[in-house]
Design a protein around this ligand. Structure first.
Ligand code: ATP
Length: 361
């Protein structure tokens, strides 16, 4: 277990602007006082008592730290240090300054499949490493796929947010119903034992969106989305996939399979002809096909809008929790927080509301 330093983080780092926010705290740019190097400080509120309403339990943070300590890979955010005070744990992480991959792509005029594949390859390399170490991310979605530096001609992918990740022990049966409806695998919804295949389902969803700007299972409500996932109810709408190669569709079809062990692994994905063409014809097809940029830009704009909306909603909840409010009948809204894909939070199915609460046996 990592050493959680009891010193005050501010003795070693100057705290600068906010880079992002999560359910349990903020991520801020920090500057190391001795070297003047910049890092990202993830400030996580820790629950003071077991029945406390705000914050995370310490074991959950310990799990995230333990996982990050194992994962040394160019496509996975690196952990440098951990500080702990009475109410907070601060993870000092590698600064990922290029923003989200989806935002980077949405700024482009057009993108060929072969260019999109260069990013996908890096995501798969990160996953392959993770899965080889028996670690599953369980929360792969566009918000957690970032770029090291978008100014560079070949920006590097960095996978972030290991808050829902799990390190499997030999023979362990692990179940969890945490996640985001659009990207979650069917076996998670039905509370079945999980494996690395759950991440591969999310890769199928992300690739589908990347190529078409459509979300394969998105319904009007979260319930509808989950029903579509369970039914594995999706198709390649001709209007949105007119510029897509048949190899790309084959790649997606080999991931969006209901039975987990029939899905491609990260290693198998990396040798799929769409990712690694063997013949000249295969390579040419990728260079002639492109992503549906108009639709993708629309998807991304809507996604960003929803993220801001959910953030405002979450802040309002936090404020109402801090204020004594006798009429609040909700037993523990923060503990049961989960990213919703729709603006209407009342419609979240109870089975998928929990974050960082899962079971293993
Ligand atoms: P959530 O509740 O959504 O799971 P979280 O509390 O686990 O979030 P993260 O997802 O790790 O927190 O981080 C929140 C946001 O902070 C990210 O979406 C990203 O914008 C930013 N962020 C996280 N890590 C870094 C980093 N290493 N460098 C730069 N920005 C980061």
């Amino acid at each position: 277990m990592a050493l959680f330093k009891p010193e005050n983080v501010e003795d070693f780092y100057e705290i600068e602007e906010v880079l992002g926010s999560g359910h349990f705290g903020q991520v801020r740019k920090v500057c190391e006082r001795t070297s003047r190097t910049h890092w990202a400080g993830k400030f996580l509120k820790i629950r003071k008592t077991a029945c406390s309403r705000l914050g995370l339990d310490r074991t959950s943070v310990e799990r995230e730290v333990e996982i990050l300590q194992i994962l040394h890979h160019p496509n996975i955010v690196a952990l440098k240090d951990v500080f702990e005070s009475r109410s907070e744990v601060v993870l000092i992480l590698e600064l990922v300054s290029g923003g989200e991959l989806f935002d980077f792509i949405a700024e482009k005029e057009n993108l060929l499949e072969c260019e999109a594949i260069e990013f996908l390859k890096q995501i798969l390399e990160g996953l392959k490493f993770m899965h080889k170490n028996n670690i599953v991310h369980f929360d792969l979605k566009p918000e957690n796929i970032m770029l090291s530096d978008k100014g560079s001609p070949h920006p590097n992918i960095k996978l972030i947010d290991f808050g829902l990740a799990h390190h499997f022990c030999q023979g362990e049966e692990y179940r969890s119903t945490s996640g985001t409806p659009q990207y979650i695998a069917p076996e998670m919804i039905s509370n079945e034992p999980l494996s690395t295949a759950a991440d591969m389902w999310s890769i199928g969803v992300i690739t589908y969106i990347l190529l078409s700007g459509l979300s394969p299972f998105q319904g009007e409500t979260d319930e509808e989305t989950l029903k579509n996932v369970i039914a594995t109810n999706y198709q390649f709408n001709k209007h949105y996939f007119s510029m897509t190669s048949s190899m790309a569709k084959d790649f997606i079809m080999k991931l969006l399979i209901k039975t987990p062990n029939e899905r491609m692994t990260a290693e198998e994905c990396l040798v799929h002809p769409w990712i690694k063409p063997i013949t000249r014809t295969q390579a040419d097809k990728r260079s002639r096909s492109s992503i549906n940029m108009r639709s993708f830009k629309k998807f991304n704009a809507k996604r960003k809008w929803k993220m801001s909306y959910n953030m405002v909603l979450m802040c309002n909840r936090l404020v109402s929790l801090r204020l004594p409010c006798k009429s609040n009948s909700n037993p523990d809204p923060l503990q049961r927080q989960c990213e919703s894909d729709t603006e209407e939070t009342e419609s979240k199915p109870a089975s998928l509301l929990r974050r960082r609460l899962s079971s293993s046996s």
